[in-house]
Design a protein around this ligand. Structure first.
Ligand code: P61
Length: 473
């Protein structure tokens, strides 16, 4: 038998063919949900009604929904069976203890504070650790994370490596922390309550951070006595990239890699809606007893009792089971294999995508799609609208609209990356759906009739991208 090619290294043969072993899913389908094919006229009306913002479309008007991988996963029969075992006691639900045990075993932290979703955990962490005037360094901003840090009075400082801001750079770990940048912040800022490390980095294109880098960040922070808080939302996907790209990890399981990775941090925030394969839920983990005490004091005010934090007992059971499934190598091979499959189809068609292909999504480079548009004409927002019009595929803007305004100067942030995210829900769509998406994106890219961009006609104060409205220029 020839050696099996690694799933993340497709082999190019003659012409534009790709050859590699299939990443076929380790499951079969037991239940289906119909989706609606719409006409071009219906889509034009729906998009106008939605103010050219894909967040404002009704999901019924969407054919293939690649808005997000958040809360959109399909649960397994084992998870659905777990729902029936929900212990809906107000206090001390047995599902909480199951979840606590599962998080301890796979992520390794001492305390588990359940929350309704990731931003609930970010809120509590920011409130208990940040003082006004603090600085929080992180490997690129994430919208809700930065919002809560700033809301608590901190300034966020980006310390991701420069490659993270370059969509064409194929470096394997573009989510790495730039140690020189981090050291500068740690030695010059008045007070750094913690360093925020995300794995993988969503806004950079789902790019991973290496184990070596995480270890180095740990050593640097330990010297400066600064804790590290991990955004573990997609840390299992990050583990898969370490397994397939970092020397020395090929024989280790995702679960083992995850444990080692988390051991270099002091706690984590988690959106259970991603890696853990559930539709709602999250948590805050902490190793420090006193901090955990503070967090429990807050969770009862904002989320719910410290043994449910806004989740039903059945939600916690589904999440505990989802975690067990998420750390299986076979699951991750198929999950990331599917994302790479779509990415490769687009690359073969010459479509400009962020390289390497990310863990949860393929990101289109809107600057190269529409070089005639300035950033103020919202190229990525425009591209997401055009994609929906073509075949009913819903994507998400990740550019100037998402970046928002500087809360001090009131001016737009102008991010280097102007992207559209095609996000793949876990265990939901088939390879044929990916083919349809690739055909539609390619058709939009090749369309000689270029759009003129958009203007923003309604801008909400917080996290504007969710509800902003636009009109064509
Ligand atoms: C997403 F357009 N992500 O990617 P919550 N950290 C990280 C996330 O990816 C994340 C959260 C924390 C979403 C949903 C979403 O600008 C947006 O459970 C790395 O959603 O509260 C969420 O977790 C927050 C979409 C969030 C957005 C913010 O689609």
């Amino acid at each position: 038998m020839p050696p099996e090619p690694a799933p993340s290294t497709p082999i190019r043969t003659t012409g534009q063919q790709l050859r590699r072993r299939s990443w076929a899913e380790p499951w079969k389908i037991k239940m289906v949900e119909p989706i609606k094919v719409t006409t071009a006229a219906q889509r034009a009306t729906a998009l106008r009604d939605a103010g050219y913002n894909t967040f404002l479309l009704r999901s019924e008007d969407v054919y293939i929904d690649l808005l997000t991988d958040s809360g959109t996963s399909a649960m397994s029969d084992w998870q659905w069976a777990g729902l029936m075992l929900g212990d809906e006691a107000y206090a001390g639900s047995k599902n909480f203890y199951h979840l606590e045990d599962t998080v301890r075993r796979h992520y390794g932290y001492k305390h588990l504070i359940p929350t309704h979703q990731g931003r609930g955990a970010e809120h509590i962490l920011s409130q208990i650790m940040i003082q006004p005037g603090d600085t929080v360094p992180g490997n690129m901003y994430f919208t809700t994370t930065r919002y809560h840090q700033e809301h608590a009075g901190a300034q966020f400082v980006d310390v991701v490596v420069d490659e993270g801001h370059d969509p064409a750079n194929p470096a394997p770990f573009k989510g790495n922390v730039d140690l020189a940048k981090l050291e500068r912040v740690l030695t010059t800022a008045k007070h750094v309550p913690y360093v925020c490390v995300a794995a993988t980095v969503n806004m950079a294109g789902g790019q991973p951070i290496s184990m070596a880098n995480m270890r180095a960040v740990r050593e640097l922070c330990a010297r400066q006595h600064v804790p590290i808080m991990l955004d573990a939302t997609r840390a299992v996907e990050n583990a898969w990239f370490i397994k397939t790209r970092e020397p020395g990890y090929a024989e280790r399981s995702c679960g083992e890699i995850l444990r080692e990775f988390c051991s270099y941090s002091d706690g984590c925030t988690m959106s259970g809606k991603k890696d853990p394969l559930v539709n709602i839920g999250g948590w805050l983990s902490l190793n420090d007893d006193q901090l955990a005490d503070k967090a429990r004091n807050m969770v009862v005010v904002y989320e719910g009792l410290h043994t449910y934090g806004g989740m039903a007992g059945r939600d916690m059971e589904a999440m505990a089971r989802g975690i067990e499934e998420s750390v299986q190598d076979d699951h991750m091979r198929a999950r990331i294999g599917q994302v790479e499959y779509l990415g490769e189809l687009l690359q073969v068609a010459g479509v400009p995508v962020v390289l390497p292909i990310g863990g949860h999504a393929v990101y289109l480079d809107a600057r190269r799609f529409y070089p005639h548009l300035t950033q103020d004409e919202f190229p990525a927002q425009t591209l997401a609208a055009e994609l929906y019009l073509d075949a009913g595929v819903r994507a998400m803007e990740r550019g100037i609209v998402s970046a928002g305004r500087d809360h001090k100067t009131g001016k737009h942030h102008y991010p280097k990356l102007e992207l559209v995210r095609l996000t793949i829900p876990r265990r939901v769509y088939t390879q044929a759906h990916m083919d349809v998406v690739a055909e539609s994106v390619t058709a939009v890219f090749q369309n000689p009739d270029k759009p003129r961009g958009l203007k923003m006609v309604y801008e909400p104060e917080n996290l504007r991208f969710f509800q902003a409205r636009f009109e064509p220029l």
